[in-house]
Design a protein around this ligand. Sequence first.
Ligand code: NAD
Length: 516
Amino acid sequence: MPPITDLALDLPTTDDLAAVAGALLGRFGVAWPDGGENEARTPITGGALGSTRGATAADVDAAVERANTAFRAWRLTPPPRRGELVRQLGALLREHKDDLAELVTLEAGKIPGEAQGEVQEMIDMCDLAVGLSRQLYGLTLASERPEHRMTEVWQPLGACAVITSFNFPVAVWAWNTSVALVCGDPVIWKPSEKTVLTALACQALVERAAAATGAPAGLSQVVVGGPEVGKALVDHPGVALVSATGSTAMGRAVAPRVAGRFGRCLLELGGNNAAIVAPSADLDLAVRGIVFAAAGTAGQRCTTLRRLIVHESRHDEVVSRLAGAYRTLRVGNPRDTGVLVGPLIDRRAYEGFARALAEVAAGGGQVVTGGQRDPALAEQAPEAFYVRPALASMAEQSELVLRETFAPLLYVLRYGDWDEAMALHNAARHGLSSSIFTNDLREAERFLSPGGSDCGIANVNIGPSGAEIGGAFGGEKETGGGREAGSDAWRAYMRRQTCTVNFGRDLPLAQGVEFL
Ligand code: NAD
């Protein structure tokens, strides 16, 4: 743990940060985007670094047409050759890891270690996708008819629209793009309107990789703008797959529209993740895991720990140790050494945090520690929002606790027996990530059994955040049911085809049907 310090007091000016952003973009060969209606803001000061022009409906149409032209050539390219493009993208990401991570810090406010981790995740995804490009395997099935061969093969799907959230401004694009490209699909990316500069930098790298490997133009494109640009992609009949990452409200708007035109959706939506602390838990390990999962990334991860369900025999000890650890967290400019918690993304995020804290007291709960916005930093930069991560003790799992507040606010609840713990745990509307801290083998196994956690991700003696890319990532219920990254998540980007070949001289029909 770092030493106990107060909030970091000095913020740079927006002009200084804009100069850094300009220099970084230059290293990607991206000209400074100046003069559109979409402001690229930094949460470090809340100021505008620059602005970009948003895509129009005609721009979206043109992008979809370009993508489909590219698709017609790319789907015929052997997958291992498609993998070569992704291999070169991975090499460029390695070369530009520090620059891209610094841009992530400027635009999303992540501390450098986490920003570097995000870019590393992109590199790991490229490595995984290159291997995958030689393993897009199908099945051979037993045919009931003599001299017939039946197989299941996977074909490229078509243009994929990738809509992403601000909090993983580059990794989510890489999860989708690295796999979609080896599967034979072009990608049109609609990044969050809050993180456009990082998107332009990634686009420059993939264009360089495409040029070096002779890939068709239009395989990877970016369209900038807010929800209206996302909607144009969602409704476009030329888009085969909409992979959308963001809030459950966004998914609720997107899913029926895509279904209405029989398109395919891959949804990665909100989370309200819990951890159970059982009587046998190793608290040294649990406290570290909980603090990272709840306060890391300023509580702005889909997998952030939001509900802590503690056995009554350990409750007071856990709360007191967590409160002590929370007070040591240094909050401030993420570019300053030693800072562990950067700013919230914007005023709206802060207002959601403040509203939830006010409801804690109104609902009979108690804020144990944290929740304050630093007045000195607020005076320096009224549109920057630095808050102390908050811990709130709750008497019951109210509607407030069941809501995803996208900020560092951890609710603590107590339980008496196993059934009560699981009922509290699975009562969330979301179903993304979950964990249990226990040294009891039976409890650990029960948590991972059908009657245990109902989430897409379930961990033992690890917090709910910080997944490895080798596994399939995603969640159930209001998290949307999508899976991305490793395992067999690649199948979402391909269409399944069942093929039967008759190599005999007769024409036996299935199910013994006689005709002619
Ligand atoms: P958001 O829903 O506000 O925006 C996400 C993206 O969707 C943006 O690009 C936005 O422009 C676009 N969008 C919004 N409404 C749209 C519409 N009607 N049609 C088409 N596009 C639309 O989310 P955010 O604030 O950027 O991100 C935070 C949320 O994302 C949290 O709820 C978090 O849990 C979730 N998230 C989930 C995952 C996951 O993998 N499950 C990962 C990261 C973030």
